[in-house]
Design a protein around this ligand. Structure first.
Ligand SMILES: NC(=O)c1ccc[n+]([C@@H]2O[C@H](COP(=O)([O-])OP(=O)(O)OC[C@H]3O[C@@H](n4cnc5c(N)ncnc54)[C@H](OP(=O)(O)O)[C@@H]3O)[C@@H](O)[C@H]2O)c1
Length: 232
């Protein structure tokens, strides 16, 4: 039986998800690294293990509910517990304004950024209730205030993630589950390649780095509980 706390990261093969997986593992968490590209996931797991940490690759597409359930089962089979989620899987489209978006692309963005988040939370919630666990949703500044460049579907999906977090905190706090709607601005990752105008290397030097967000996520996950709940 694993005694270390267990974190499941979606979008863990790159960017902020990878940085959070590596930072969590370095501070003693066992980490399940999830995403679609096996090679990226294996690279992250190898980096974690060569630094002395513990990692499990769980290949999944967050838009596939049965795959999400299978990934959850793999995490529990390996570690026997689940203490936290960092939900970093995300998608945007180049064509993102009312003037050029398609409904199919709109639906793909919502399926990843909103339904995919709900799907992983839904699969993990029984284990998180048992562990009094925490959820960090890597949302966006576009989920906090209107950010025109982010696009119609992306802004709608990330704004709705804030609603998911608020409903979790109002409905699940008494069972010990806490959720954080983390809303970064620009972060220098591959995600920027999805923009209609891709920022150059110079512009990226003025942005946050993935590890800045990893530190914020770990602040949330490692903070002591200060609020009372009926189960505390
Ligand atoms: N970069 C920014 O400026 C910025 C700012 C605010 C918020 N965000 C948000 O931050 C999060 C992380 O993005 P990032 O900037 O770190 O970029 P990133 O490196 O491109 O990370 C996105 C991750 O999502 C995974 N992913 C996409 N679709 C998926 C699916 N259907 N199932 C499973 N995994 C999926 C990708 O892996 P696979 O392709 O291997 O599946 C990838 O690892 C995203 O939710 C994004 O919306 C980004």
């Amino acid at each position: 039986m694993n005694t270390a706390k267990v974190l499941w990261v979606t979008g863990g093969g790159s960017g902020m998800g990878r940085a959070t997986a590596e930072r969590a593992a370095a501070s003693g968490w066992s980490v399940a690294v999830g995403g679609r590209r096996t090679a990226q996931l294996e690279e992250v797991a190898a980096a974690i293990e060569s630094a002395g940490g513990t990692a499990l690759v769980v290949r999944l597409d967050v838009t596939d509910a049965s795959g999400v359930a299978a990934a959850r089962d793999a995490v529990l089979d390996r570690f026997g517990r689940l203490d936290a989620l960092v939900l970093s899987a995300g998608l945007n489209m180049r064509r993102r304004a009312w003037a050029d978006q398609s409904l199919a692309e709109f639906e793909a963005v919502v399926a990843t950024n909103l339904t995919g988040v709900a799907s992983v939370i839904d699969a993990a919630l029984p284990s998180l209730r048992a562990s009094r666990g925490r959820i960090v949703c890597i949302s966006s500044i576009a989920g906090w205030q209107h950010a025109p460049a982010a696009g119609v579907a992306y802004s709608a999906s990330k704004t709705a993630v804030g609603s998911l977090c608020r409903s979790l905190n109002s409905e699940e706090a008494d069972r010990g589950v806490q959720a954080c709607h983390l809303c970064p601005g620009d972060v220098a990752t591959d995600f920027l390649d999805q923009r209609p105008v891709v920022p150059d290397a110079d512009a990226r030097t003025r942005m946050l780095a993935p590890d800045d967000i990893a530190r914020a996520a770990m602040f949330v996950l490692d903070s002591p509980r200060t609020c009372a709940s009926t189960n505390s």
